[in-house]
Design a protein around this ligand. Sequence first.
Ligand SMILES: Nc1ncnc2c1ncn2[C@@H]1O[C@H](COP(=O)(O)OP(=O)(O)OP(=O)(O)O)[C@@H](O)[C@H]1O
Ligand SMILES: [Mg+2]
Length: 252
Amino acid sequence: MKIIAVANQKGGCAKTTTVVNLAAALADTGLKVLVVDLDPQANASQWLGMQADSKGSFEAFTTKDDINTLIFDSGVKNLKIMPASRELAYLEKVLAGELATESRLKRRLASLKSADWDFVLIDTPPTLGLITLNALNAANELLVPVTTHVMTLSGVAQLMKTFEEVRELLNPDLNLLGFLPSRVDLRTRHAQDILGALTDSFGEKVFKAMIHESIRLAEAPSFQQSILQYKPSSSSSDDYRTLALELIQRTQ
Ligand SMILES: Nc1ncnc2c1ncn2[C@@H]1O[C@H](COP(=O)(O)OP(=O)(O)OP(=O)(O)O)[C@@H](O)[C@H]1O
Ligand SMILES: [Mg+2]
């Protein structure tokens, strides 16, 4: 069981789009995948068809409920979800005064039966607060989506600083899996410049797979379907299948 945190504190950099569609592409190969939604916006949960009032990750942090009662079918074969809820926005207040709050998720995910899951993908909110710390502490791997249509590299340095701190203080085994170029439109000079800057800074850590800009991908959440269900033969579906294969290779 590999636990992958998808994080970048920059808002709107395709974290949720990556989690939902990569999860679906991994599940499509027959692997068993769990999406853990830690974002109070609950975008991944809604995309995968969950109701807003469901139990889920908030209860994982705040109760002793059996973890299996917080996991639900997504409608996609081999893909299940631990949904998020609005209450997560108040998690820091709810846990104030309690001990070891940054390792709660790690302890809860440790009670998953590892034979039941090949990949756990964690969607995180656009902040570097307690929730994202829990994700980085619980994970084996960090995957960082970077959009190439706006200048986004400035925030990456801050994320890398947090990554190093987490490794030093909490989770020495956390590995930087890589940077995923997202919303790529290679017709623009700008996208090419950002891809070049990413590769200059991070070399092999930049995925060869990339996710191109696509209207179909932006539409898919309205249909509560991953791109692989919504438009299986689209180039976006191919992008995620290619990404899934590279990720399987990189995590072996
Ligand atoms: N490849 C793409 N092509 C077109 N639109 C995209 C693509 N990837 C993401 N988007 C759109 O960009 C917006 C932000 O994406 P997404 O919600 O995945 O980002 P996020 O990092 O999860 O945001 P937040 O920080 O708010 O959680 C969404 O409207 C999404 O539909
Ligand atoms: Mg999101």
